[in-house]
Design a protein around this ligand. Structure first.
Ligand SMILES: [Zn+2]
Length: 132
């Protein structure tokens, strides 16, 4: 994901916009999906520190996410990214975090993308558009 990548449009799994509805309105999409081919370089939209290298799916440890915390203690999570950074590593804005992973293995027909979500210190979701 380069800083400016196309937002995932509506496919059979829904829309990649911030606030889009999921499961018939039961859930909300709390991030933005940036369409990209698998194995694309994913760059950090902010400077900060790597504070978590996590697993989005309990049943599939091959999928990963990278969390970067900025100086205002906002947490930026990049989902479906194979990390090339390590825990507590400093990253600069535009620095490489890893490579995007193939989602069609799990969701056949989905537009390949990286999901970015941002939370503030109170654990409230923020609109990633405000940081891009
Ligand atoms: Zn998403």
């Amino acid at each position: 994901m380069k800083v400016i990548a196309p937002v995932r449009d509506h496919d059979t799994f829904g829309s990649g916009l911030y606030g889009a509805s999921r499961d018939g309105g039961k859930r909300t999409h709390n991030g933005i999906d940036y369409a990209c081919y698998p194995n694309s370089q994913v760059l950090s939209v902010t400077s900060g520190v790597v504070t978590k290298l996590g697993y989005p799916y309990k049943d599939d440890p091959t999928y990963r996410y990278v969390e970067v915390t900025d100086h205002d203690l906002r947490r930026f999570r990049y989902f479906y990214v194979k990390p090339s950074v390590s825990m507590n590593q400093m990253v600069i804005k535009g620095g490489i975090l890893g490579k995007s992973q193939e989602l069609n293995r799990r969701y056949v027909g989905i537009t390949e993308h990286v999901h970015l979500e941002v939370k503030d210190q109170n654990n409230e979701f923020l609109d990633p558009n405000d940081f891009i």
